[in-house]
Design a protein around this ligand. Structure first.
Ligand code: 5GP
Length: 121
């Protein structure tokens, strides 16, 4: 899958669509999910053009990977979910039910997240 520069998170990064920002540094932006699934629901994205975790892990620089990983912890602390815990989700590709083709981690918490995933019937 090639990176689509017109995906909605690319537009947020360019300032063409507003967001409720919770964190930003040279490599990372985090903002509230528009349809929160828990009391805390924040999306963490790298600023670089990576469609998913596979592309990011294979192509991003060490500095980008370090910044993205460190940002998750900083944001979890700032959101006060680090102590009681949170769920980190990276839906990836079609089977992963990824809707926006720009890598994003969902940080969900502020209340119990429930079982990880429904078992197959
Ligand atoms: P995915 O299914 O790709 O893992 O998750 C995409 C997430 O992006 C969804 O939770 C959805 O609510 C969120 N989302 C989609 N469009 C927007 C938007 O324009 N602004 C924000 N803040 N979140 C969005």
């Amino acid at each position: 899958m090639a990176y689509d520069p017109n995906n909605i998170f690319a537009k947020i990064l360019r300032g063409e669509i507003p967001c409720v920002k919770v964190y930003e540094d040279d490599h990372v932006l985090a903002f509230k999910d528009i349809q929160p699934k828990r009391n805390v629901h924040v999306l963490v994205i790298p600023k670089g053009p990576y469609e998913d975790m596979t592309a990011f892990a294979e192509k991003a620089t060490d500095a980008e990977i370090a910044a993205y990983t460190r940002a998750v912890a900083k944001i979890a602390r700032e959101l006060k979910v680090a102590e009681k815990g949170y769920r980190l989700i990276a839906n990836t590709g079609a089977d992963g039910h990824q809707e926006v083709p720009h890598l994003h981690f969902h940080i969900l918490g502020g209340e119990p997240c429930g079982p990880m995933i429904k078992a197959k019937d």
